[in-house]
Ligand binder design. Structure first.
Ligand SMILES: Cc1ncc(COP(=O)(O)O)c(C=O)c1O
Length: 393
């Protein structure tokens, strides 16, 4: 089908929920995508932080293929050895004394976290969860309400009660009250401008919540699984949250969600569940991704890629002071803040013309979420293209 027909049929048959670029990719390898007419694009987005081990990773393919031939799904009324293996691995890597619930997406992982917090607070009539302005926690009704960006709330009320939005971290301290059961936040706000919170303030908040016997939920759907440079951004921040959520990069492209909690006995049978969550395919994907990334981390390969990527971002900031005001983020979750909307839109447009995929975030921030295994030559080529995109402004 030619592109014109694809666009017509996309508009005819799909609900119009995405501001879509009608570029149709057909195949991919590592950090490179190819269109049907063989145009190559460097992928600095990895499907919004999903393809952590790159596209068509041969180890992942082999393990998934073998799994497909063995068993894909049974249901959670039977035991599943791969679920046990992956949960054990995640708990060990997290350094927490915790248990894991598996689901299929970031929003679901966060829904589970919210349910844990509500059940935890139930006996003391504590049900309020404080979330932050500019946060993003998902698209279900509860996680939308937890999302502190008003623009997402239009049209979809009424929302469940018990979510309070703090303007900033200082405000969180002020809002903690006798109805609070938890604070929920991203350490690096992925959709809200790739902003990393101050480490000291986060540690103070974590200590205060522990003192008060309240929960800290850290949404690591985007920052988790080595994106920040450590397995968890929480580890880089030196905190031990009560609940951590993962999704995106954990499955390397196969849908998965995971809620890790130190409240090991919070749920009893029937409290929570998922039809697809924890199926053999996604568990195999999670195990394979961790096999790859753990090795890369131990061999300091992730650190060296972060150094190269970040030095390129610093160079851009120096070369184009008239375009960018600052760089944000950490690890391989990085942003470049454009001076204004016009520059921002132009850079996005030019980047696609130069065939490098970058993402948007917050107000005028160009977001970089490359595959965690991105190779130095791909980084080099991607930034050459991005530089050309900037030079044409
Ligand atoms: C921090 C964070 N939480 C939750 C979500 C929702 O994840 P999903 O789209 O898999 O439901 C996202 C998605 O972008 C996210 O970045």
């Amino acid at each position: 089908m030619d592109t014109h027909n694809l666009i017509m049929q996309d508009q005819e048959y799909l609900l119009h929920t995405y501001a879509k670029k009608h570029i149709y990719f057909e195949r991919a390898l590592g950090s490179i995508l190819w269109t049907k007419d063989n145009q190559d694009y460097i992928d600095f987005g990895s499907g919004i932080g999903v393809c952590s081990v790159g596209h068509c990773n041969s180890f992942l393919i082999q393990n998934l293929t073998e799994q497909l031939h063995k068993i894909i799904h049974i249901s959670n009324i039977f035991g599943n050895d791969l679920q046990i293996k992956l949960a054990k691995r995640i708990v060990e890597l997290s350094g927490l004394d915790a248990r894991v619930f598996f689901s299929n997406s970031g929003a679901e992982a966060n829904e589970c976290a919210i349910k844990i917090a509500r059940k935890f607070g139930e006996s003391q009539n504590r049900y309020e969860i404080i979330t932050l302005d500019s946060s993003f926690h998902g698209r279900t009704i509860a996680t939308l309400k937890a999302t502190g960006q008003e623009k997402f709330h239009q049209h979809f009320g009424p929302f469940p009660e018990g979510f309070v939005v703090a303007k900033n971290l200082e405000h969180v301290f002020e809002l903690i009250g006798d109805k609070t059961c938890a604070v929920m936040l991203e350490l690096i706000q992925g959709e809200g401008g790739v902003c990393a919170f101050d480490k000291k303030q986060i540690q103070q908040l974590s200590s205060l919540l522990k003192q008060k016997g309240l929960l800290l939920i850290v949404d690591e759907v985007q920052s988790g699984v080595y994106r920040s440079g450590s397995f968890l951004a929480s580890q880089s921040y030196g905190i031990k949250p009560d609940i951590i959520t993962l999704a995106k990069g954990l499955g390397g492209g196969i849908p998965i969600g995971a809620t890790i909690t130190t409240l090991k006995n919070i749920f009893t049978s029937g409290d929570h569940g998922s039809t697809f969550g924890g199926n053999f395919l996604s568990m195999q994907a999670g195990l394979s991704v961790l096999d790859i990334l753990e090795k890369e981390y131990d061999n300091k390969l992730i650190d060296s890629r972060i150094d190269v990527f970040q030095s390129k971002i610093s160079e851009l900031l120096k070369t184009f002071p008239h375009l960018f005001s600052q760089s944000t983020g950490m690890g391989l979750m990085l942003g470049l803040q454009a001076h204004n909307q016009e520059i921002f839109e132009k850079i996005l447009e030019n980047s696609l013309k130069e065939r490098v995929v970058v993402l948007k975030s917050g107000k005028n921030v160009i977001r970089f979420l490359p595959p965690i295994i991105i190779q130095k030559e791909e980084i080099q080529e991607g930034f050459e293209r991005f530089k050309k995109a900037c030079e044409k402004i």
